[in-house]
Design a protein around this ligand. Structure first.
Ligand SMILES: *Cc1c(COP(=O)(O)O)cnc(C)c1O
Length: 247
């Protein structure tokens, strides 16, 4: 077991290496590193690690399950630490109210039905004192595989159609359409996956010019994502270590 101080130093070293990678990838792409927001993904790690990250200057943290995110958000808020929570996992509609109470940005809106539920939840949260609208990204299915989640650029299902999902988010005064999110499929070259993400992002931006966020890139493929225009990278294991397999 590491002491608290040793864990802090370990995370600090990992964070410096990740920031270095982002800066190098941005430089290669001719982009200022300030264009890229690091979202530290803290799933499976304790709230104490979130506090270490915050003390080291990280302002944006990501979680993929409400059951885990809600208590961590409450614990860090009770400690007086101000963070922007990003919800990056598949979201069940019955969790929308909880998520809208602490999240700054939901990355995973992938159906008209979910957009409508989240809009209602954000409206309630606003009435209960949430400051400002809830930022939302349309999650893109890069390979069109229906079962993995994500809105679809082509296909028959109107509930999952990319531009319809974007429109449903944009139509809600309680939500703010900020852009897109994607996970590169394991069996695709990252360059090809992120080129497809960039193409879908441009489709949405043509109708919604303020939707400029591209949330793409994880520990293994952040370099390629930044080369393809990612504005938000979601980094877990490179900061906190390999996760034990879920469940
Ligand atoms: C877990 C997770 C990440 C972080 O993955 P790492 O490979 O640990 O960096 C990013 N995005 C989503 C959607 C995730 O679920």
């Amino acid at each position: 077991m590491l002491t608290d101080q040793q864990r802090r130093e370990q995370i600090a070293a990992n964070l410096a290496a990740v920031r270095e990678r982002i800066a190098a990838a941005a430089a290669r792409a001719g982009r200022p590193p300030s264009e890229i927001t690091l979202v530290a993904v803290t799933k499976t790690y304790p709230a104490s690690d979130v506090l270490h990250l915050a003390a080291l200057g990280v302002a944006d943290v990501g979680e993929n399950r409400d059951q885990e995110a809600a208590p961590k958000a409450a614990e860090t808020a009770a400690a007086g630490v101000d963070l922007r929570w990003h919800f990056i996992g598949q979201l069940q509609r019955n969790k929308a109210r909880s998520v809208a109470s602490y999240a700054a940005m939901v990355h995973s809106v992938d159906s008209v039905r979910l957009a409508t539920a989240l809009a209602g939840a954000a409206q309630r949260a606003a009435e209960e004192g949430r400051p400002g609208p809830l930022d939302a990204l349309v999650q893109i299915s890069v390979d069109g595989a229906a079962e993995r989640g994500g809105a679809l650029a082509v296909g028959e299902d109107p509930d999952r159609a990319l531009l319809r999902v974007a429109q449903a988010v944009a139509a809600s005064p309680a939500l703010r359409l900020r852009g897109v999110m994607a996970v590169a499929p394991l069996d695709w070259a990252p360059e090809r996956a992120f080129a497809e993400v960039a193409r879908c992002a441009a489709l949405i931006r043509a109708e919604h010019p303020d939707a400029t966020v591209v949330s793409a890139g994880m520990s293994d493929d952040l370099d390629e994502a930044v080369a393809c225009g990612a504005t938000h990278v979601r980094i877990g294991s490179a900061l906190l270590g390999m996760r034990p397999p879920l469940r």
